[in-house]
Design a protein around this ligand. Structure first.
Ligand code: ADP
Length: 615
């Protein structure tokens, strides 16, 4: 028979099923499974209670009262598990077995009550009216299960009360809503079990689900329960490794995460003004302060560096007077732990200091080295000059002896010639040394001599020929320009070097050919073209480009004496004259070095000097 209590209970069922469905459809939130399981358990309980009122026969009523136990056990225990997961941490899924196992066991025990009477000792209708509610005499198992259920309910209250205490104002309403929703079934159940509080002669607890459903309806639709994930927010704040503080408009700390609490001696910053907190008081500046502010705090026994950032918290309101109508209701202080960065910066500063010191030392050493080099150069050039004088005397004396010997002692002639060649070779080496030294001098300037080119080339070839007895130097000067302007000694040195190399790096029997002609430069201008060809050892292909580098010697020079300075000097002298020197060579077959120098115009150009590679 559909009565008012039955209608109310079915309404409670619909309300709880609706909240279960709404909650399940929400994005996942902590404890969602337990929350929905609680709603379903409550629906089960209320449905069984509704059927109990509808069916008239006492035996049927008892059956549905026994059926209700699955929901009776499930509702409070899933509720406690949900609260724990929601306010603290998500419980592992195995905890769901507790309500499932205890609920099923109690349910089975209730259904088999006839055989043991542990749940209900006696059951009789409250009146003689057909379909009247039943009055139950409770057995031992009933009280055991009740204690179990009350333990969960007490746990729920403690967990929720703790949540109310810890929550920030924005989320406190949620916890208060939980408390109210919980309190109603609690009061109803305690009243029923202890003081025979009944509604329509029935246990009032299932009816309270109607109110509970209404509270949750309001929380979910109006307060956006679960949407804002307050617990997640708390967890987020707790998980942030850097200290975060929330201050109200008076500068009182209303929220602080564990990292922020660790900065306060007694770890209790809540409710205290920031200005009173040692160390942190420096941050109680006005809103105009420029941030981020660096500060050093003692923390866990060590000094740590932080950078504080202040984020104003605003709220809509008429009293603010700001342009946007927002007024500042507090602020968020975020301290970023920059200890590692500070240490790294300090290490970097230290390294930069040491590098600076090293640079200064290196500069000092460089200056000293340049000084020493200059002194050495001076010494070398002085020595070279000193050597040239006695060599000139030796050569002069040898020439006189040579004249005498032609008449008086012809047998002496070869030896005297040998002396003269040795002297000339020595003078050549000294000239190269001095020229290299002079070329390195920034103040060096080429001479502009009118040159008799054929005479200059013949003299150079003769000198080299003298120095290499038995060697043949073929001269081809028929197209040679008659004259040009240039630095005579320097050009002579070039020819000497090229001829000397050709003789040095070719076998005794092979000829060396010196040819000079009027060539045509890239711009069509006339140029002196001069080639020195030999049929000697040649240069390895991969090293050809490098033979003009200072001090470079090819890998196939063997025991031939040399310093790797000559060709570099030739290139620099050619460049100073606005010209070039190139080489074509085949390993084992010979080499041709070609010197090209413009005859007019830029013959002694400054560009050449600018192009000259720095040594
Ligand atoms: P070095 O004093 O060694 O002769 P150079 O500057 O005159 O120095 O020459 C550089 C290098 O170029 C030589 O060591 C040699 O390997 C190579 N080279 C120069 N001229 C010739 C040549 N005519 N035939 C083969 N190799 C040569």
């Amino acid at each position: 028979m559909l009565s008012l209590p039955a209608v109310l209970l079915l309404a409670a069922v619909l309300a709880t099923l609706w909240t279960a469905w709404r909650s399940w459809a929400l994005p996942p939130f902590p404890g969602r499974f337990n929350f929905v399981a609680m709603q379903l358990s409550a629906s089960w309980w209320a449905t069984a209670a509704a059927i109990e009122t509808i069916v008239p026969a006492p035996a049927d009523k008892l059956f549905w009262a026994e059926m209700a136990w699955l929901g009776i056990v499930g509702a409070p225990s899933f509720w406690a598990l949900f609260l724990w997961s929601y306010t603290r941490e998500e419980l592992p899924a195995r905890w769901r077995l507790v309500p499932a196992v205890v609920g099923t066991a109690t349910w089975t025990a209730a259904l088999s009550n006839d055989s043991h009477r542990l749940m209900y000792t006696a059951v009789h209708p409250v009146s003689d009216v057909p379909g009247a509610a039943l009055v139950y005499g409770h057995g031992l198992l009933f009280f055991v299960v009740t204690i179990y259920l009350y333990a969960f309910m007490v746990m729920s209250i403690v967990v929720t009360a703790n949540g109310v205490h810890r929550a920030t104002p924005a989320y406190r309403t949620h916890y208060l809503g939980f408390l109210v929703a919980m309190a109603v079934p609690w009061v109803a159940n305690v009243g029923y079990v202890t003081g025979n509080l009944t509604l329509f002669d029935l246990d009032p607890t299932p009816f309270s689900f109607l109110l509970m459903g209404a509270v949750f309806y309001w929380l979910i639709t109006r307060r956006r329960l679960f949407d804002l994930l307050p617990v997640a927010r708390d967890a987020l704040l707790d998980a942030v490794p850097d200290p975060v503080l929330v201050l109200d408009a008076d500068g009182t700390v209303v929220e602080a995460n564990p990292a922020a609490r660790a900065l306060v001696c007694d770890r209790q910053p809540l409710g205290r003004r920031l200005a009173e907190l040692p160390g942190l008081s420096v941050l109680s500046f006005g809103t105009s302060a420029v941030l981020p502010v660096p500060l050093t705090l003692e923390c866990d026994g060590g000094l740590r560096s932080f950078e504080a950032t202040r984020v104003p918290l605003t709220s809509g309101g008429r009293s603010g007077g700001g342009r946007s109508g927002l007024r500042e209701v507090g602020c968020l202080l975020m301290l970023r732990d920059v200890t590692h960065r500070r240490h790294a910066e300090m290490r970097l500063e230290d390294t930069v200091r040491r590098l600076d010191l090293a640079r200064l030392e290196a500069e000092e050493r460089l200056v000293a080295e340049q000084e020493a080099k200059r002194a050495l150069k001076g010494f070398l050039s002085m020595t070279a000059h000193e050597f040239k004088t006695p060599l000139a005397i030796i050569d002069g004396a040898a020439q006189i002896l040579l004249l005498d010997a032609e008449v008086k002692a012809p047998g002496m002639l070869p030896r005297l010639e040998k002396i003269r060649r040795a002297v000339r070779r020595q003078v050549n080496i000294l000239e190269t040394c001095l020229a290299d030294d002079r070329l390195s001098d920034p103040a060096f300037a080429l001479r502009r001599d009118p040159l008799d080119l054929p005479a200059l080339l013949r003299a150079a070839a003769a000198a080299q020929g003298d120095a290499a007895p038995g060697r043949r130097i073929e001269l081809d000067l028929k197209d040679c320009p008659a004259g040009m302007t240039g630095d005579g000694p320097m050009l002579e040195l070039c020819v000497h070097n090229l001829l000397n190399n050709a003789l040095k790096y070719s076998a005794a029997g092979s000829p060396v050919r010196l040819r000079a002609w009027i060539g045509e430069g890239p711009g069509g201008q006339s140029e002196l073209a001069l080639s020195v060809a030999d049929q000697g050892i040649g240069i390895p292909a991969e090293e050809v480009e490098r033979v003009f580098d200072r001090f470079f010697r090819a890998t196939n020079t063997g025991t031939a004496a040399g310093s790797g300075v000559g060709l570099n000097m030739v290139r620099r002298i050619a460049a100073l004259h606005g010209g070039t020197v190139t080489v074509e060579s085949r390993l084992g077959e010979g080499s041709v070095f070609t010197l090209r120098i413009p005859l007019r115009g830029k013959a002694l150009c400054e560009e050449g000097m600018a192009d000259m590679p720095a040594e």
